[in-house]
Design a protein around this ligand. Structure first.
Ligand SMILES: Nc1ccn([C@@H]2O[C@H](COP(=O)(O)OP(=O)(O)OP(=O)(O)O)[C@@H](O)[C@H]2O)c(=O)n1
Ligand SMILES: C/C(=C\CO)CCC[C@H](C)CCC[C@H](C)CCCC(C)C
Length: 311
């Protein structure tokens, strides 16, 4: 039986005092060191610049000293996770650009890693009530990003190349946008205290992602009722979705976010994974995108099985 459910602050960022210490350290650098990083200038303007830098650092230090640790922690976690999302897309753009990975595989690996890494980052956020809203900023920013480039209000070749099938910006407004909206909903509605959100995100990212990766390559034996899908793809979805759901449930229960009765949970997760796999392979996904139908089906079945009881 996992530890009693008590949120655990798994990571505390430097306290305000050490943050201000870091900032005050930069003020204590000898003027020559600081000014050598700037273009050569007259003594007067160099003095003005040093005063401005000092004043800015003091303002930041004062702000940091007054902000509660949880706010600092959530702000830092949001920045870190946002940077992680940007880096992930850029990395797969570079791989695709160099033809080290084909576009469809790049898209699906980003599909799998985005959900998994985002979920894994949740313990970086504090245990305060505002934490989930900070975490929600990350998918929200990516919603805005996908809308901006999908509507051609601006261009981002890297994003288009790493997350679309055919390299058309308007593709961003379908699968990727639905995916990120689902992430936003899961964070706001379920967060890290419920296996329902964890299972839904696992089935959408890990399950559906591997169904495509494996099915597209080895799926010669098609399903009798859906020639676009294969047995190996569906089996891969069930196995990968079940394993990722179990792994993430173990991860969050070990960190103390909820208790899990594993004798019940394993069976429940298997039923949830089976239901999501059935939904994914029936032709309904021609009408409703997998990134909507799979998490919705998972949420419904997981709610019926896990409900609000101890898990
Ligand atoms: N159960 C499954 C699921 C997918 N596939 C393979 O993976 C491809 C893409 O699967 P799908 O989930 O339909 O991907 P889409 O959602 O259409 O693609 P995307 O997510 O990129 O929009 C299918 O054509 C098929 O070759 C499979 O064989 N069996
Ligand atoms: C290709 C995708 C779906 C199509 O089936 C996934 C699109 C992913 C988005 C472009 C980026 C989403 C980033 C997440 C909101 C946060 C990830 C953070 C993590 C630390 C990398």
């Amino acid at each position: 039986m996992a530890a009693a459910a008590r949120p655990v602050d798994v990571m505390s960022f430097p306290s305000c005092s050490s943050t201000s210490l870091l900032l005050s350290h930069s003020r204590s650098l000898p003027p020559a060191t600081r000014s050598s990083r700037l273009a050569p200038s007259s003594p007067a303007s160099s003095m003005r610049r040093q005063l401005l830098v000092g004043a800015g650092a003091s303002a930041v230090a004062a702000l940091a000293a007054s902000a509660p640790p949880a706010l600092l922690q959530d702000g830092a976690a949001t920045l870190l996770t946002t940077a992680g999302a940007y880096t992930l897309v850029r990395a797969f753009d570079a791989l695709t650009e160099r033809r080290l990975i084909e576009q469809n595989l790049s898209r699906k690996i980003v599909h799998v890693l985005s959900g998994f890494l985002f979920m894994s980052s949740w313990p970086l956020f504090s245990n305060s009530t505002q934490a989930r809203f900070f975490a929600a900023i990350v998918p929200l920013l990516n919603c805005v990003r996908l809308l901006t480039y999908g509507l051609r209000l601006s261009t981002d070749e890297a994003l288009v190349k790493s997350v679309t099938r055919e390299g058309k910006p308007e593709e961003l407004l379908r699968g990727p946008l639905y995916y990120v909206i689902v992430l936003l909903i899961i964070v706001l509605v379920f967060w890290r205290e419920s296996p329902i959100g964890i299972a839904s995100l696992s089935m959408m990212s890990g399950g559906d992602g591997f169904a495509d990766i494996v099915g597209r390559r080895y799926g010669s034996l098609k399903l009798p009722f859906n020639k676009k899908k294969s047995w190996i793809g569906s089996i891969s979805m069930f196995i990968s979705g079940f394993l990722l759901s179990t792994l993430m449930l173990f991860y969050f229960s070990c960190l103390g976010y909820f208790r899990v009765s594993w004798d019940l949970a394993i069976g429940n997760l298997a039923v949830v994974a089976f239901a999501a796999t059935v939904v994914e392979c029936i032709p309904v996904t021609d009408v409703v995108d997998d990134n909507i139908s799979v998490p919705l089906a998972t949420m419904l079945v997981a709610f019926l099985l896990f409900g609000h009881s101890s898990h």
